[in-house]
Design a protein around this ligand. Structure first.
Ligand code: F6R
Length: 262
């Protein structure tokens, strides 16, 4: 019953792509969870790359709920964390490691050897990067990436200016990322640098699900989906990906819809 009604409003198109818009965050999250569960059922040994941040939390919680109803087994898949703030680890509330462990990896019971996440406290960032790359390589690449979009169009910490051949590693964070990032933390942290899986690995994924909700994302969603792909807006590179799926609520889709109706 929980998932029986998906409040799908209507679809649209952008550059020959279709997208479906959901009434609100709750229905958007449930739709993404169902899509991921379907993917996991048909690809039970696959590698998933999951963003932290606020956007995917509803979908991840709904996915764990599906597992508790025996509708999917998430424990057979493999997981690589998308990114982390340098200088922060699991013990820091708001870190990607803490969010993902407490919301998803822990409740879903993902075995620790099925998981690779960046340790933002490790000063040996080359080791952290290599560990992630080796994990991805050993699984034959990322099968599905679940991403959110930054207010500056970033994906993970692939900040504006990042090119499609960037495999990942440490990165100086953009001013917007540093400002917006304060929302995750109750106390101030220096949010200068991050470590991330790069566009090269993400764009090689078979499926990429991008979620966005709320009117605050409407402008950047429109720019990244309508303007030609360019490093100044990394999410714009998704437009040409054959396995790209865009999931929006009404707020995040509002500018795309306005244009469609012109
Ligand atoms: C977080 C991440 C970021 C966020 C993006 C959107 O792991 O990779 O790219 O997905 O900044 O953040 P929210 O979802 O908080 O709006």
């Amino acid at each position: 019953m929980l998932f029986s009604i998906l409040a799908c409003v209507f679809g649209g198109t952008m550059r020959n792509r279709e997208f479906i818009i959901y009434e609100d965050y709750d229905s958007l999250s449930k739709a993404v969870a169902l899509r991921m569960a379907e993917f996991v059922r048909t690809n039970p040994q696959s590698l998933l790359c999951l963003a932290a941040g606020e956007t995917p939390l509803g979908a991840l919680r709904a996915l764990v709920a599906l597992q508790s109803e025996n509708k999917v087994d998430l424990r057979t898949c493999w997981y690589v964390g998308l990114d982390e703030w340098l200088g922060l680890g699991y013990g820091d509330p708001g870190s990607c490691a803490q969010i993902m462990q407490d919301i998803f990896y822990g409740p879903a019971g993902i075995p620790s050897d099925h998981l690779s996440v960046f340790d933002g406290l490790d000063e040996d960032t080359d080791f952290q990067t290599k560990k992630a790359f080796d994990f991805i390589k050993a699984r034959g690449g990322i099968s599905l990436a679940l991403l959110g979009i930054g207010m500056n169009g970033h994906l993970g910490f692939n900040e504006p200016g990042t090119t499609v051949d960037f495999p990942g590693g440490t990165i100086d964070l953009d001013e917007t990322t540093r400002t917006v990032g304060k929302k995750y933390f109750a106390k101030p942290f220096p949010l200068d640098k991050g470590i991330t899986i790069g566009l090269k690995h993400l764009l090689a994924a078979k499926r990429i699900l991008l979620m966005a909700n709320g009117e605050k994302k409407a402008g950047i969603v429109e720019t990244c989906m309508r303007e030609s792909p360019d490093p100044s807006r990394p999410a714009s590179f998704l437009q040409d990906h054959p396995g790209f799926e865009l999931y929006l609520d009404k707020g995040a889709a509002s500018r795309l819809l306005d244009r469609n109706q012109e």
